[in-house]
Structures are given as C-alpha cells and as structure tokens.
Design a protein around this ligand. Structure first.
Ligand code: ADP
Length: 377
C-alpha cells in the first residue's frame, strides 16, 4: 500500500468516525479535529487548528488531570474517563474520553490522540435512576428500623421471656436487620454525597492516633483469621481536617475488605506518608489482588467482581463507592494499585496544609463541588 493510499484511508476513518476525535502536536496544539468533535463542541475545524486543546475544550480535566499528560507520563492509554467540557456557546456537556500519547525515545510528547463521546444524556439518566433508588431506599429504611426496634424489645423480654432457642433465632434476625440497616445507610450516604446534600463535620485530627484506634478495634477480628495488622507512621505528622465519623467509615471499609478477601495467616499494613499536598494512607494486603480491568469498576455502586474472584464472599458492592464518595467530599482521592495474586493497596489521600479546602470552614459537598466547577446532579 502506498503512503498516499494509507493517508486517504486515515483521512476517511478520522472524518467518518462516529466518535469525536482530535489530534494534538508536541505543544498540545490541535492539528486535527473531526466532524463529530465539531458537532459536540460547537467549534469549527478551521477555528481550532493551531490552538491549545485546553483553550478549545475548557474541560475540568485540562489543568491538573490532563489525560493526555497522564498517558505521556505513564506510557499507557487512558480509557473511559469521565469529564465535562464547555462548548463554544458555554454549555456544559459530560463526555467519556479515551486517549493515548505518542512519545519519542526521550519520553517527550510527539502527538496525542483523544476520542470522546457526549455522555450528557447518560449522566442525566444515571442521576434519575439514583434519585429513584434513593427514594425507594429511604422508604425501605422506616420498616427496617421499626422491625429492628421490636426485635430489640423481644430480646429485652418486654413481650415475656424467650426460651434459649427463641433467643438465638431472634438474635440472628436482629443481626441481619442491623446489617440491612447498615447497607441502607451506606446507600443513602452515597446518594447524598453524589447529590451534594451531605454535611461534613471536619475537625483537626492527628491521623496517627485516629488510625491507631481503628486498627486496635480491627485487631480482634483480624486475629480470628490469624491476620496481623501493622501500622507504619512517620515520626511526625501535621494534623489534618477530617470528619472523624465519615473517615472512620472509610478506613473501616478498607480494613474490612482487606480482612474479608485475604487468606488466613496473611498480614495487612496501614502506611501513612506525608506529601506536599497532604497525607496518603495506604492499606496494603496480601489477598487475591484485583484484575486491572476491574480496578476502576469496583468503586462503582453495587459492583462486585463476579464469582471467579472474590464473589463467594458476602457483600453488597457499596463499600468502595462510599469510600470514594466520602474521600472526594473531603477533597481527596481514593484509588487502588493491585496485581492479581500479589495483593492490593488501597490508597486514600487527604488534603492538608494551606490548600486544604476544609480548613476554612465546615462546608457541604455542594460547596466543594461548586469550588471544583462540578455539577451536583
Ligand atoms: P463488597 O466488599 O461489599 O462487595 P466493596 O465495594 O467494598 O463491596 O468492594 C467491591 C469489590 O471489590 C468486592 O466485591 C471485591 O470483589 C473487590 N475488592 C474490594 N476490596 C478488595 C481487596 N482488598 N482485595 C480483593 N478484592 C477486593
């Protein structure tokens, strides 16, 4: 095939592609912009050629989370990332993008290719679905709480004495009702955080003593599986501003998973590192690890890895969604590093120092989402 034929084929693919596509040069200036990109952004190709892509897209990811820069740094493609852009008319559109950076042998950017599609309708439908489920869950909470209260009364002998067998049965039902209540609370909290109706109660905390208390509580549970938990803290740590109750849920969920999914006799390490932008807590286990394809999905509500992996262990798939939502409400991030068969490290970053958005005052996530320029759908 001659190079002119190859060029014609490439040209046809780029123009006819149903997904939006643009290509940038080594300075992130646009050198190609297809028809689908024109349609989503409202920009004409001739008006964007030669301009920096950040100027044209005005995306929330353009500055500190540019996926093309990330791809250039990591050497791998970024796939299926959520973002939003502002169209030429200033309309906000949600997109799902994938991109890859082509780098030279010195690791410098040669070209970047980004593909994206309009996900605004999907986001709206997701928000509607979430609202419906949370209304339903909210209604479910009342009978569950009432049933739990009556079971408690039965156990206290308020309806007459129970025999040993009856007591055991009622205790089992009561335990399960409490579990159900916990799931309902997690779900409602996630819905509240995502919609911006979640009030944090931040206070200055020394992360060392905060973690020590939680780790001590978990040592008994871990001990039942002969799992050891160690806490590695740097010599001195700046206090951070956290909502103690909510952050306790974050660390507890991660420790709970680490114990639940690891084999007997393994060990868990909780490591804290002080970074310029705050502190990072790592919870490292020697469990089964997580397939790279699953690593982003596990932070979604109700997502559980199918049977082959950890599916035989009881759970709801809500724990990590709550972890991410709470951590992001604090202005931090939650992510995982893992290799199948070699354990997992779940990381939580908590902003600290002057840039800490929670330092000024107690804010709702709504305020913080506005600060980040995000929509609180
Ligand atoms: P749940 O544990 O209730 O299923 P989570 O949201 O906490 O829900 O976790 C989602 C999925 O991620 C789990 O079903 C499991 O497959 C996987 N997972 C979470 N933590 C770990 C871990 N430490 N090791 C291996 N897999 C994990």
């Amino acid at each position: 095939m001659t190079s002119s034929t190859r060029n014609k084929i490439c040209d046809l693919i780029i123009k006819g592609l149903p997904a939006a596509l643009f290509i940038v040069d080594d300075q992130y200036r646009i050198i190609e912009f297809n028809a689908a990109a024109e349609e989503i952004t409202g920009w004409q190709r001739q008006n964007v050629l030669g301009r920096p892509c950040a100027e044209v897209l005005s995306s929330n990811r353009c500055h500190d989370q540019c996926p093309l820069k990330e791809s250039a740094e990591t050497g791998s493609a970024c796939l299926g990332k959520d973002a939003f852009i502002l169209t030429r008319e200033g309309q906000k559109k949600f997109i799902i993008l994938s991109c890859v950076a082509i780098i030279d042998k010195n690791g410098r950017l040669e070209n970047g290719i980004e593909l994206f599609r309009d996900a605004t309708i999907i986001k709206k439908l997701e928000a509607q679905k979430r609202n419906l489920i949370s209304l339903f869950t909210h209604d479910l909470k009342i009978p569950v709480v009432i049933a739990g209260g009556f079971l408690e009364r039965l156990l206290q002998g308020k309806a007459g004495p129970l025999n040993e067998k009856q007591t055991r049965y009622v205790e089992s039902i009561s335990r399960e009702i409490k579990r159900l209540e916990g799931y309902i609370h997690s779900f409602l909290d996630i819905a509240r955080i995502e919609s911006g109706r979640f009030e944090l109660q931040p206070e200055d905390r020394d992360i060392g003593s905060f973690l020590r208390e939680i780790v001590d509580d978990f040592k008994v549970r871990a001990g039942k599986k002969h799992i050891q938990i160690a806490l590695d803290l740097p010599d001195s740590l700046e206090p951070v501003r956290i909502d103690t109750l909510q952050m306790t849920r974050v660390i507890s969920n991660l420790l709970d998973n680490a114990i639940k999914y690891s084999d007997k006799g393994t060990s868990i390490r909780v490591i804290v590192r002080e970074k310029e932008s705050g502190q990072v807590i790592e919870i490292r286990d020697q469990g089964p690890g997580i397939d790279p394809d699953e690593q982003e999905h596990i932070f979604g509500s109700f997502y559980r890895i199918p049977e082959s992996g950890t599916g035989h262990v009881a759970g709801t798939g809500l724990g990590l969604a709550a972890v991410r939502a709470i951590v992001e409400a604090h202005g931090g991030k939650a992510w995982v590093r893992s290799e199948p068969g070699r354990g997992s490290s779940f990381m939580v970053s908590i902003p600290g120092g002057k840039n800490d958005p929670l330092r000024e005052s107690s804010r709702t996530t709504e305020g913080k989402q506005r600060m980040n320029g995000e929509d609180s759908q």
